[in-house]
Design a protein around this ligand. Structure first.
Ligand code: SAH
Ligand code: SF4
Length: 394
């Protein structure tokens, strides 16, 4: 039996305690679940179906947070709804804006857990970086989120809630596809999305619903550190673009920096990429590669990366991410010359390998810098605690 611990610690699913006022939050429920919630509240089935359709439009197309604005629903019905249901948003603890326009929000769940989301504006697009968990159990050694001990899966409502909140603060209701700032979503905030599969799938299916937020699956990317057994299902049931946090091309180095590699090795991971449903030249897999000085950034590493991509015949591009430092991190950023040389080698082999400019570093919003203040522990202390946890379970 797999022991939850340092390498493969699947977080225990948790349901949120009911709201103190007894009302039910409709955000994050599928259309059918809204209908069922209405029926459970004793609405007659035909009514429930009609109301669910109206509600869906108000919630996800107009961004309503109050039943009072729903003018095509009779007033007494609106009151009836307001007595039983809510349309919530995550609580904002803090909102920051970087000098480069990147915005970061610190959010708090009803049970007092903190998580973050980041919005990255570019000339031709705006990308929302969404969290799937509070913290992350996977402890990649270069990632600040991995040092958080406190981990809880976010609910579908909390995941969709991030998108709703971003739309609120960008002033982008009603939902129309033209001229939006928020055009893309990446599941690259805190957490490993494939360890919270159901909630991520349900949330993204709401985000992609054509009558609502209507983001195309081509504009959504899910990033995984390599949870091999869930990848095929992700392709079939979610169907968004796949990014894989590869970061190293040898067992030795990947075992060290992405501990999950001890469970699902590089070859197995690349085979799962080759088998990912819907992958082709037009929809390539992105490999993320964090550039760590003297660790994974040699010419040899670059050539091995090319060899592996070719061996598995992967339609792939490589995103080179200069390591974003955080206090107490065990690694340094590769020099710009090294990064350039690495990129050139991959590029000369016919594989696109852009260097990603870090965004929002000044507000700790860049890749891998997300960590909430809930708990701060040193790396050594964390390793000790993880070992203890494993010993206790073993
Ligand atoms: N858990 C998922 C998604 C969140 S991390 C995953 O690991 O893929 C998003 C990306 O940021 C991953 O590629 C991750 O490896 C990278 N990353 C983490 N820490 C980083 C750091 N300090 N500097 C640069 N990139 C980092
Ligand atoms: Fe978790 Fe991804 Fe950070 Fe690894 S890089 S600890 S999987 S969030």
């Amino acid at each position: 039996m797999a022991i939850p611990g340092h390498v493969d610690p699947v977080p225990v699913p948790r349901t949120l305690p009911p709201r103190k006022d007894g009302r039910i939050d409709l955000i994050g429920l599928a259309r059918d679940e809204i209908r069922m919630a209405l029926e459970t509240a004793q609405l007659e089935p035909r009514q429930a179906k009609l109301r669910a359709k109206q509600l869906w439009h108000w919630i996800y197309n107009r961004g309503a947070t109050d039943f009072a604005v729903m003018t095509d629903i009779a007033k007494d019905m609106r009151l009836w709804l307001a007595n039983r249901f809510v349309l919530s948003r995550p609580e904002v603890v803090e909102a920051q804006v970087s000098t480069d326009g990147t915005r970061k929000w610190l959010l708090r769940s009803d049970d007092g857990n903190d998580y973050e989301m980041v919005f990255i504006p570019d000339a031709d697009r705006g990308t929302l970086c969404v969290s799937s968990q509070v913290g992350c159990t996977l402890n990649c050694r270069f990632c600040h989120t991995g040092t958080m001990r406190l981990v809880r899966n976010l609910t579908a409502g909390e995941i969709v809630g991030q998108v709703m909140l971003a739309r609120d603060s960008l002033g982008e209701w009603p939902s129309s596809p033209d001229g939006r700032m928020l055009t893309n979503i990446v599941m690259m905030g805190m957490g490993e999305p494939l360890y919270n599969f159901d909630a991520v799938r349900d949330a993204l299916s709401i985000v992609m619903d054509g009558d609502g937020l209507a983001l195309s699956r081509r504009r959504i990317t899910l990033s995984t550190s390599g949870v091999v057994p869930m990848m095929e299902r992700a392709g079939r049931e979610i169907g968004v673009n796949l990014a894989v946090s590869l970061h190293a091309v040898t067992k030795e180095v990947r075992d060290e920096i992405v501990p999950l590699n001890r469970k699902y090795g590089i070859e197995e991971l690349l085979q799962a990429c080759a088998d990912y449903p819907g992958v082709n030249n037009a929809r390539r897999i992105t490999f993320e590669y964090v550039m760590l000085r003297d660790k994974n950034d040699s010419d040899e590493d670059a050539r091995e990366l090319v060899r592996l991509i070719r061996k598995f015949k992967l339609p792939a591009k490589v995103n080179l991410i200069p390591f974003n430092p955080w206090p107490g991190a065990a690694y340094e950023t590769s020099t710009p010359e090294r990064v350039k040389r690495f990129s050139d080698i991959v590029f000369e082999a016919g594989i696109s390998a852009p260097v990603r400019t870090p965004r929002g570093r000044d507000i700790n919003a860049a890749c891998g810098q997300l960590k909430t203040a809930s708990e701060k522990k040193s790396r050594a202390e964390l390793d000790r605690l993880a070992e203890e946890k494993q010993a206790a379970l073993g």
